[in-house]
Structure formats: structure tokens, C-alpha cells
Write a protein that binds this ligand. Structure first.
Ligand code: ADP
Ligand code: MG
Length: 710
């Protein structure tokens, strides 16, 4: 280990935390007082940075970064595909005489022009200027990663169309800020300047040894295994969940924590998850756009740090069939700039009334826009998870817990909650029962659960950027709040109008509240009776993204233009069908090259044994039966292969609109992949290890033993 690395490992955490971030503290220290003040004003008021200010700032940023060993800078952004993108430029600027100086201007800080023409633009490029530009998001701090100063930016086309995920996320936060502030004013809060949404995303992942990974082309190319049998010991014993962390994994987690802390990511809890080899990391929550940036960084570092430990971090939603998949829990709340959590039940009648109004807005939003919320978590990977008896179902519903449900029921029934008297309670004026801040009863099967002072949206896939679901959440809640504000601002008697509104809306949307077991068959039937949507796959869900209701919502709230929505719809579908195409071609290649060979070699070894016995004139019942079985399996694999090849060819030449292209993959290719995969799994079950080159589930899931870190 290098000296500097050793030193770094001993650095106390408070000193380490944020040491690679150009944060407020560094700015205050390094910027002239007036520049620091002006910058703050710009950030707080969401204004554009003046160029003279940007120049001073850039110089300070560069000096700080160079002192920390940085040689390059990049505008760090999140294109519509969900991964992050960077294009590194060095600070180096040639001087006469052959020397160089390190330079970085305000212009370079504020605006970038990556040659980003290869990023998917969902047709935006055809209609608009091909090139895009990046624009600094001063609310998210610059940081150093890999000797590069990374500047979090938004990515737009020259005509102002958003080409990324940050821009609409920031717009959705603005929409919610505007509408929630209107509501606060109605309750007499004249002091809060802004309302922000906060998010704490819990991230699940698998860790396996790099040796087994390298021998699974399906994991390498598609992120998931396309065949394999559940190990004899899976999660049945539930001994992995919160169990002791193995030394090698523990060493990994420690390093990951420190790497994240350096970047100011507040990684807090880590533990084992339900499945063997599955783990989870949760940060302390922060403002949504920062939480989103940090979650992207977390995923990236999870992978890089794993490499240093000779392990591979699998972020796919379903790396192993039949074993629990991975997701993200998006803990979401709304708070004022003064730190008041608006989803926290209050202590006074007025605070409680305000809480109930925000709660009603969320309930109404989730019910009215359930399809849209479903689209926000749709992907080929997540389709393997949602509704598979482990992750929340594809049906959206809200869990409120007994306490809060009783209150909602009383409001709907018009009874006084405390003495069950049949009288309409006036929400603003009557003393409401104290609503406990933490309901201990946490229904894990609910996709959208109230957990004391926040909502936990649990349907998100583990690879997804949390921008997508938060864009939708912020926007739909902003929309409901805006309608509420329109109504209440006009009212002569506020308390009365408030009571009427809350009672009316809770009554209208109570079907979305469900406290029971979301994994059960009965719920699927019950939900259907209630008229709730059950959009099982990405292909079923995505059309809602561009329906009239969605367009009206997003354009009214200035989050997406119609063109921007269409672009995203196209990209999501394209992503979906390309994912399945890659799976198909990977499975074809593996089967043709090795699986068929293994199957026939196994068969001929059995045939040899059978022949020998027959020649010797001894009974060969066992060999006969084994050979027959192997023959059947081989044949089913071969038939499956031919069909998959044939359909993959058809898919490639299909002339249809993008939704149909995706639908063909779902209805035909995906089924072919499953069928062939199942046949191969059968072979894997009986074939001797000496003929089988691919690591089994057991080998992969238990590839990290009790050994110490390498
Ligand atoms: P769980 O019991 O679901 O595993 P954890 O304690 O692991 O919960 O994670 C809860 C997450 O919720 C953490 O990331 C935490 O910071 C976050 N959280 C707490 N309060 C808020 C809030 N007001 N807004 C957003 N997220 C929050
Ligand atoms: Mg959780």
C-alpha cells in the first residue's frame, strides 16, 4: 500500500468527510467575502451566475483542485439513459516557450459543449440542434474523482430541450416549491422562503467473486444470469438477512464508505439483505437533486471499489432467477427551508390540519396518476422483479398504518375520531388526536408506505436513476397542491373549505389505501375490483407516459414539453428492446458455442457407458434412463435455440412502430429466452461438473467465503 493511501486510511472521519468536495466551507474559506456572498445569493435565488463571479469562482476551484492533485476537469451529467457521462479536459494551457500553466475559466465552469451527438436523444436531435450544452447546477457541489474535477451539470439542446435527467428533476422541484409555498401561506406561514423535497435512497446490490463473474458471459453482457438453478440453500433459512458481514465484504464496505465520505456522500447504514451475497447501503437523506447525484456516484463507486477487492458488484434488478432481486427504496418527504418536515404529523390542530392537507395531496396524486408513477419505475430489468412475490406488486397502493388509516376513515365517515360521535369535525379548529410520528408497523409488501414522516416508494429498480421517480412524484404532488391552493385561496371560510376539501378528496381516493399483504393473490383481485391499474410490464406501462393526461400535467407544471416527453418515451422503449435483444444474442452465443457441446459430450459419454454394458451383456437400465433423459434435454435445448434464433432474426427485421418492436420482444423473444434458459437449467442440474464450464448459482452466490480480504 502506498504511503499516501495508508495515511488516508488513518484520517479521522470528520476530516475525511467531504475532503474531495468544493463545498460551502471551502468556498467560504477560499473566496473573497463579497464573491462568496454574491454566489450564495445566486444559488438561493436560483439565478444565473454572472461571468465575473464565475471567473473568480473558477480560479478558486481550479487552485483547490490542483492542490489536491487534479489535472483534468469535466462537466458531469446524466443523459437520458440514466448512467452518468463525463468528457475530461485538462487544465493545461500551453505558454510561449513550451511550458504550461493550469487554467480554468468562468466560461468553462458554467458552460460546456460536449460532443454528445452519440447520446440517445429520442428524436430530439432530428428536430433540434444536434449538439447540446451543459450548464452548471450550482446547488450540487463540484467534487474530485479520479484526479478530475467533476462539475455537476444539466444537459440541454440549444433550443432549450432537456437532454438529461437533472433538468426535469430541477424543474419538478421548482413546481413543487411554488405550489407548496402557496399552501403554506394559506396556513399563515409567511416566513418560509422555499419548499424542497428530500430523498434518502436505500440501495441494494450483490457481490460475487470476480473469478466466477468472468466465466459468465451472460452476467458480463446482460447483468443477469440467463439460466441456472437455485442453490440447495437459498434464502430459506433467512440467516443472511442482517447476519454477520463476512471479512472480505466488510473490508469492501469500509473502503466504500470512506470513498463515499470523501465525496460528501453521507453513507450511513449497511447490512446484509435477504438473499445470499446481497447487501444494502443507505445514506442520510438530502435534497432530491443532491441525493440523485449522490446515488449515481454511489452506484459507480460500488463497482469500482468492488474491483479493487477482486469482486464484482451486480446492480441488476434480477441477477439470479428464483432469488430475491435488488431494488431501491426512495424515501421521500417535503420540507421547508427552515427545516419543517411537512409530512410530519403536527402537535397543534393547525399543524395537524396542514399535515392532513399535504397527506391528502399525496394520496390523491398517487391514485390519480398511478399509471404514471408506474411508468417511472419501468425497465426491462425491473419487470423481472415487480410482482414477483418479493418486490412490491406492479399495482400501486398506499400503506398508511393502522393509526393514520383510522384517522382517514373517521374523516371520510364524518365521525369524531376520539369519541366516535357522528359529527363532522372541523379540521382546522378541532383538536385532532395526536398522530404518532413513527408507526412501528411497517408493511414491507406495500409499494408506497407512509413511514412516520415520509413516504417510502419501494418499486424502483436497483439500476435506475432515482431522478425518474422523483420527477413524477414531485410533479403529481405539485399538481394536486396547485388545485388545492386554487380552491382554498378563493374560500371565505378557510377552515370550512379545508374540511370539505380534505373529506371530499379522501373519500374520492380511498381506494388507493391498502394496509394488507401486497404480495397476496387476493390483493390482485381486490385491486381489480377497486379499479386500480395493474400494468405488469414496461410495454404495458409506458404508453401512459405520453397519454393526454400526462402531457397536460407535465406541460402545465413546466416539467416536460410534449416533445421532451415523446423523446423519453422513445428512449425508454428503445432501451427496453435493445436490452432484450442483447439477452437473446448472448444466450444464442453461449448455447451454440458451449451448451450444445456440453450436452452432446455428456450424451455420448452416457452412450459409451451404455454400449459397454450392452457388449458385456449386463443390464443397463440406469444408463438407458440417463441417456434418454439427457437426449430429451438436449433436444429441448436445440429446439429452443432454433426458435430463439429464428425469432431474433424476425425481431431484427420487424418493420413496426417502436411500441410494437418492444411488444414483440416481450411477447416472443423474452418467452424464448425463458424457455431455452429453463432447458439449459435442467441440463446444468444433471450434467457432471467436468463437462460444465459455467459457474452454478451455488458457486456464484457463495463465492465470497469467510476468507480475509485479498
Ligand atoms: P428501512 O427501515 O426502510 O431499511 P433505513 O433506516 O435503512 O430504513 O433508511 C431510511 C432512509 O430514509 C434513510 O436514507 C434516511 O435518511 C431516509 N429519511 C429519513 N427521513 C427522511 C426525510 N425526511 N426525507 C427523506 N428521507 C428520509
Ligand atoms: Mg426501506
Amino acid at each position: 500500500m502506498s504511503k499516501s493511501k495508508e495515511k488516508e486510511q488513518k484520517t479521522p472521519v470528520p476530516e475525511l468527510f467531504g475532503s474531495n468536495v468544493f463545498n460551502d466551507e471551502v468556498m467560504r474559506e477560499r473566496l473573497p467575502k463579497d464573491v462568496y456572498k454574491a454566489l450564495h445569493k445566486t444559488i438561493d435565488e436560483g439565478m444565473h451566475l454572472q461571468m465575473d463571479l464565475a471567473n473568480v469562482l473558477a480560479e478558486a476551484m481550479k487552485n483547490w483542485a490542483v492542490e489536491k492533485g487534479a489535472t483534468h476537469f469535466t462537466h458531469w451529467f446524466q443523459p437520458m439513459t440514466g448512467v452518468t457521462a463525463e468528457k475530461h479536459d485538462s487544465f493545461i494551457s500551453p505558454e510561449p516557450g513550451g511550458s504550461v500553466i493550469m487554467e480554468f475559466s468562468g466560461k468553462e465552469l458554467v458552460k460546456g459543449e460536449p460532443d454528445a451527438s452519440s447520446f440517445p436523444s429520442g428524436g430530439l436531435r432530428a428536430t433540434f440542434e444536434a449538439r447540446g450544452y451543459t450548464d452548471w447546477d450550482p446547488t450540487s457541489y463540484a467534487f474530485i474523482k479520479d484526479d478530475t474535477l467533476c462539475i455537476p451539470t444539466a444537459f440541454c439542446s440549444y433550443s432549450g430541450e432537456a437532454l438529461d435527467k437533472k433538468t426535469p428533476l430541477l424543474r419538478s422541484m421548482q413546481a413543487l416549491d411554488k405550489e407548496a409555498t402557496r399552501i403554506l401561506r394559506l396556513f399563515g406561514d409567511t416566513e418560509s422562503k422555499r419548499v424542497i423535497t428530500t430523498v434518502g435512497p436505500e440501495q441494494e446490490y450483490f457481490l460475487i467473486d470476480e473469478d466466477v463473474y468472468k466465466r459468465r458471459p451472460d452476467l458480463i453482457y446482460t447483468g443477469r444470469t440467463l439460466f441456472g438453478k437455485k442453490p440447495p440453500k437459498g434464502q430459506e433459512m433467512e440467516d443472511h438477512y442482517f447476519g454477520t458481514i463476512k471479512p472480505r465484504v466488510s473490508a469492501y464496505m469500509k473502503e466504500l464508505d470512506r470513498e463515499l465520505w470523501k465525496l460528501g456522500v453521507n453513507a450511513k447504514t449497511k447490512h446484509n439483505e435477504v438473499a445470499p451475497a446481497q447487501h444494502e447501503l443507505a445514506p442520510v437523506f438530502s435534497t432530491t437533486n443532491i441525493a440523485t447525484d449522490h446515488n449515481q456516484l454511489t452506484m459507480e463507486l460500488m463497482k469500482t471499489v468492488a474491483g479493487r477487492h477482486h469482486m464484482v458488484c451486480l446492480l441488476h434488478e434480477k441477477p439470479f432467477a428464483g432469488v430475491n432481486g435488488s431494488g431501491k427504496h426512495n424515501n421521500w418527504s417535503i420540507s421547508t427551508d427552515r427545516g419543517q418536515n411537512l409530512l410530519e404529523p403536527g402537535k397543534t390542530p393547525s399543524q395537524n390540519a396542514q399535515f392532513l392537507l399535504f397527506l391528502t395531496a399525496v394520496i390523491k396524486a398517487v391514485d390519480e396518476y398511478q399509471e404514471l408513477l408506474r411508468t417511472s419505475v419501468a425497465s426491462a430489468g425491473n419487470d423481472h422483479r415487480l410482482g414477483a412475490n418479493e418486490a412490491p406488486p406492479a399495482i400501486l397502493s398506499i400503506f398508511l398504518g393502522d393509526e393514520l388509516s383510522a384517522i382517514v376513515d373517521a374523516i371520510i365517515a364524518g365521525t369524531d375520531y376520539t369519541d366516535k360521535q357522528k359529527k363532522l369535525i372541523s379540521i382546522g379548529a378541532t383538536v385532532l388526536p395526536h398522530i404518532p410520528a413513527d408507526t412501528t408497523d411497517r408493511n414491507r409488501t406495500s409499494p408506497f408506505a407512509f413511514t412516520g414522516n415520509k413516504f417510502e416508494f419501494r418499486s424502483i429498480g436497483s439500476t435506475a436513476s432515482i431522478a425518474s421517480c422523483n420527477i413524477v412524484l414531485n410533479t403529481i404532488v405539485a399538481e394536486e397542491l396547485s388545485r388545492f391552493a386554487d380552491e382554498l385561496e378563493k374560500a371565505d371560510d378557510f377552515d370550512n373549505a379545508l374540511t370539505t376539501l380534505i373529506q371530499r378528496e379522501l373519500t374520492a381516493h380511498q381506494r388507493i389505501i391498502f394496509n394488507g399483504n401486497g404480495y397476496s393473490e387476493e390483493w390482485v383481485k381486490e385491486a381489480e375490483k377497486r379499479g386500480l391499474a395493474n400494468l405488469k410490464t414496461t410495454v404495458d406501462a409506458l404508453p401512459s407516459f405520453i397519454d393526454e393526461k400526462s402531457i397536460a400535467l407535465f406541460t402545465k407544471q413546466n416539467v416536460f414539453s410534449e416533445t421532451e416527453l415523446h423523446a423519453r418515451y422513445e428512449i425508454l422503449l428503445e432501451n427496453y428492446y435493445k436490452t432484450i435483444d442483447i439477452e437473446a444474442h448472448t444466450l444464442i452465443a453461449m448455447t451454440k458455442k458451449n451448451v450444445m457441446h456440453a450436452a452432446t459430450t455428456y450424451e455420448s459419454s452416457l452412450a459409451d457407458a451404455l454400449l459397454k454394458k450392452k457388449e458385456a451383456g449386463v443390464p443397463a437400465k440406469v444408463e438407458e434412463s440417463l441417456l434418454e433423459n439427457a437426449g430429451e434435454i438436449t433436444e429441448s435445448i436445440y429446439t429452443g435455440l432454433l426458435k430463439l434464433e429464428d425469432d431474433a432474426e424476425k425481431a431484427e427485421h420487424l418493420d413496426a412502430d417502436i411500441l410494437e418492436l418492444a411488444r414483440f420482444r416481450k411477447d416472443v423473444l423474452l418467452q424464448d429466452i425463458d424457455t431455452l434458459g429453463a432447458s439449459i437449467s435442467k441440463l446444468e442440474e444433471v450434467i457432471p461438473s467436468e463437462y460444465w464450464r459455467y459457474p452454478t448459482y451455488a458457486e456464484m452466490l457463495f463465492s465470497i467465503g469467510e476468507e480475509a480480504a485479498r
